[in-house]
Ligand binder design. Structure first.
Ligand code: AMP
Ligand code: ZN
Length: 488
């Protein structure tokens, strides 16, 4: 199957025509979340971007096997081979089992992505469910000579690998430059080379999650899970590997080296990277403390938010920028997207009610090909939205009786709107989504204002009743100087 789809490939740093390895089938692997805390809106941007990509590949008729993993072991703080295990640390803090942490945040992750109307992947493998595959891969890398073991920990030998294949291929960096940017090894460090990374890490006696291996009890390094699971489900070479841009330099660079060392072939043909969501120019992240949660965004309960925004407004806001551009969050931008989304959906419902005439005086016949052309140009969703807005003008003119449209053209226009708005952009009418719409927020505000009035009238029974019943429904209500705040 051949379409004129072009994808920007990080490996070649240019747009390349997309030609799948196996005719009409596409294998796509996307690095999923590390489920030790709530996902923030930045993480959501990456997953929503890949959802748009997945949806368009399906639109083109490909049979897509979309694999997105869940990292539930092996991810140490600082993304390197040192520091505490993220899950163990959180488990101690919350006094839970590490797998309770994993369960809690996996459920939260799925809930949020479903509120954003993203399609589930075809396979969602976990690192803990694939320990033996990871051990087998480490064994193969040791056999190929690109790894070494020191006292129960196995390291990948980057300098040795770089003698045969360029280690920094993904980011186009030479080993010498990479070495320059890395800290000297401390005296007690057992690694041979500064860039060497752990494939398998020896457990301490107090390590909560550990497994037996040929090198003793331990746990896998973070990068090996993706190499092992992508190989298992998509083969040694597959079509697309994706993730956020922050994963290029270390995680994906190491994945390529591991897969090459084990399978003697490049893992993916096209590497795709989404750009970051920023807040006032600073990348949103857990550590920067600017990572508000989707739920805070829906209710407006965060100091950075002037008010809440609905899930579809946020999805539309994301689709309005290209996945390779940075996207800066601001209240103004969200408010503009809210208006834009409303205008698009109003036009879409107006379209359903248009009357056909014998002939068309407006030309809407090229809309489908214009939208396809935009998506074929590296998934350019903002251009698709611009074309849909252009078509809204024609819809309004026909609606106002100033222009006409034939039955045939009207049918096609309806199909194109429904396919691109619902199937490709994954937008749906706000009334179907919960949690964020204005009417819902208005109703809660109304109840809490009634409670305020009751309090002023010293009608404690009513005021307590409203508070208790909302609390029982899961609302958190806070009295403030000026009135109240609430969130769910
Ligand atoms: P993590 O759970 O930290 O492993 O991240 C999950 C995914 O979210 C990765 O693909 C990251 O690249 C991506 N990500 C993290 N922060 C941001 C951000 N601010 N904007 C977009 N994507 C992000
Ligand atoms: Zn990964």
């Amino acid at each position: 199957m051949e379409h004129k789809l072009y994808i920007y490939n990080t490996l070649s740093r240019k747009k390349e025509q997309f030609i799948p390895l196996h005719d009409d089938r596409v294998g796509m692997y996307v690095c999923g979340p590390t489920v030790y805390s709530d996902v923030h809106l930045g993480n959501c941007r990456t997953f929503i971007s890949f959802d748009l990509i997945y949806r368009y590949l399906l639109y083109l008729g490909y049979k897509v096997r979309y694999v997105r993993n869940i990292t539930d072991a092996g991810h140490l703080e600082g993304d390197r081979d040192e520091g505490d295990d993220k899950f163990a640390k959180k488990a101690k803090l919350e006094q839970l089992e590490p797998m309770e942490i994993v369960q809690k945040y996996s459920i939260g992750f799925h809930e949020i992505l479903s509120i954003f109307n993203t399609l589930p992947p075809s396979i969602e493998p976990t690192a803990t469910g694939h320990i033996s595959e990871q051990i087998e891969m480490v064994k193969a890398i040791l056999e190929s000579g690109y790894a070494y073991e020191i006292d129960g920990t196995v390291y990948f030998d980057v300098e040795k690998y770089n003698k045969d294949l360029p280690y920094g291929i993904l980011t186009n960096r030479k080993l010498e430059d990479l070495l320059e940017g890395t800290r000297e090894l401390g005296g007690q460090n057992e690694k041979k080379g500064r860039l060497d990374f752990a494939l398998w890490i020896k457990a301490k006696s107090e390590t909560l999650m550990q497994w037996p291996s040929p090198w003793g009890w331990g746990f896998p390094g973070w990068h090996i899970e993706c190499s092992a699971m992508s190989t298992k489900y998509l083969g040694t070479t597959f079509d697309i590997h994706g993730g956020g841009m922050d994963l290029q330099a270390t995680h994906h660079t190491n994945e390529i080296a591991q897969s090459q060392a084990c399978n003697h072939t490049a893992p993916a043909k096209y590497w795709m990277h989404t750009n970051m969501l920023t807040v006032n120019g600073v990348r949103m992240s857990k550590t920067a403390g600017n990572g508000f949660l989707p739920k805070e965004l829906f209710t407006g309960a965060h100091p950075l938010l002037e008010r809440g925004y609905s899930p579809m407004t946020v999805r539309f806001f994301m689709a309005q920028s290209h996945y390779r551009s940075t996207l800066d969050f601001s209240n103004e931008a969200l408010q503009a997207s809210e208006k834009g989304f409303e205008r698009l959906m109003d036009g879409y419902s107006r379209l359903q009610k248009l009357q056909a005439s014998a002939v068309s005086s407006v030309d809407t016949t090229s809309l489908r090909s214009k939208c396809e052309e935009a998506m074929n140009d590296d998934f350019n969703t903002p251009i698709v939205i611009a074309h849909l807005f252009e078509a809204l003008k024609a819809i309004n003119l026909v609606h106002d009786g100033k222009e006409t449209i034939s039955a045939e053209d009207l049918e096609e226009l309806k199909t194109v709107f429904s396919v691109f708005i619902e199937d490709v952009l994954g937008l749906k009418s706000e009334d179907e989504t919960s949690g964020g719409n204005e009417a819902y927020k208005g109703a809660i505000d109304l109840l809490l204002n009634m409670r305020l009035e009751a309090k002023q009238n010293k009608d404690w029974a009513t005021s307590d009743k409203i508070r208790n019943e909302l609390t029982a429904l899961g609302f958190e209500i806070k009295d403030t100087k000026d009135g109240f705040e609430w969130k769910i």
